[in-house]
Design a protein around this ligand. Structure first.
Ligand SMILES: Cc1cc2nc3c(=O)[nH]c(=O)nc-3n(C[C@H](O)[C@H](O)[C@H](O)COP(=O)(O)O)c2cc1C
Length: 279
């Protein structure tokens, strides 16, 4: 999956698509739906290169989903509550991603992964992928048992050798535990990003998020924006966001993604043991 920024340049799109095409494996691209509400051109540009999957999340997806379907491309949407699920069904989204509040990065801070997943699988029409807080073989076994077709995992790969994240971000993630994440809009407000208020982000708690825990009287502040931009460019983890979910507790030393996958594939043994135990 390629994660598209709100306004990707033509050069960036070409660079990304050239890379995935060199892999000769199916690939997809994820968009922040709010960015496509006013301008569908990033989606149209990517469709020229023939992705297998387009993910549309966090906003009104109706027009974007229609354009992707017109091009014969499968769509997926991260849903975070019952209303999102209804909208995804109404827009004929092909794959429902039940993404609970435990997840890293942007999303809703509403339903937890398991209740949301059970609601989504009960519709018995579209395949459901589970996301949010899954970081182990046992976690994957749990969501597959609850009817998911697959697990969608972000945080567990933060320390992957292939991840382009700065070493400071990787070591902050490696040293964090279950209680070290926070759901906040502080980082988006500081950067003056146009995320809707219902889509904050889960990140590691740091000096900045502690200082700005109360956002009730927030005013845009250009000096703060500059400070945040600089902190991000220098990967200063006391100020800049390190997006991570509750599965950050399972992030270990840097290792190739294939090794992480091998560990996660232990879900087969977990399911086998459970079947024998509860038969
Ligand atoms: C560092 C980071 C960056 C992310 N970037 C995106 C993104 O660009 N687009 C998107 O739709 N979701 C993004 N997500 C959210 C993931 O798609 C997914 O919902 C989440 O990682 C699942 O929960 P988990 O982090 O507990 O595995 C990101 C998550 C993380 C941790």
């Amino acid at each position: 999956m390629i994660g598209s920024p709100a306004t990707p340049t033509a050069d960036w799109i070409e660079q990304q698509t050239q890379f995935v095409e060199s892999l000769s494996t199916p690939w997809g691209v994820g968009f922040m739906a709010w960015a496509l509400e006013t301008d569908l051109s990033p989606l149209e540009a990517f469709l020229e290169f023939g992705p297998s999957l387009v993910t549309l999340s966090f906003g009104d997806v109706t027009r974007a989903a229609a354009v992707a379907h017109e091009a014969g491309v499968l769509t997926a949407m991260q849903v975070g509550n019952a209303a999102d699920l209804e909208r995804a069904m109404a827009d004929d989204i092909d794959i429902i991603i039940a993404r609970g509040a435990e997840g890293g990065g942007h999303g809703r801070n509403e339903a937890g992964t398991l209740p949301l997943l059970q609601l989504a699988t009960a519709q018995h029409q579209k395949p459901v992928v589970a996301a949010g807080g899954i970081g182990t073989a046992r976690g994957i076994a749990a969501v597959l048992s609850a009817g998911a077709e697959a697990a969608w995992i972000g945080t567990r790969f933060l320390s992957a050798a292939e991840s382009s994240g700065h070493g400071n971000m990787k070591s902050a993630a490696r040293n964090a535990g279950l209680d070290d994440t926070i759901y906040t809009r502080a980082f988006d407000l500081a950067q003056q990003l146009p995320w809707a208020p219902e889509f904050g982000g889960r990140a590691l708690r740091n000096e900045f998020s502690d200082k700005h825990a109360d956002l009730s009287s927030w005013e845009p502040n250009d000096a703060l924006r500059e400070q945040m931009d600089q902190a991000r460019s220098e990967a200063l983890t006391d100020i800049a966001p390190v997006y991570a979910g509750e599965a950050v507790q399972f992030v270990g030393a840097e290792q190739p993604a294939a090794e992480i996958m091998q560990e996660l594939c232990g879900f087969r043994q977990v399911l086998g043991q459970a079947a024998r135990r509860f038969a």
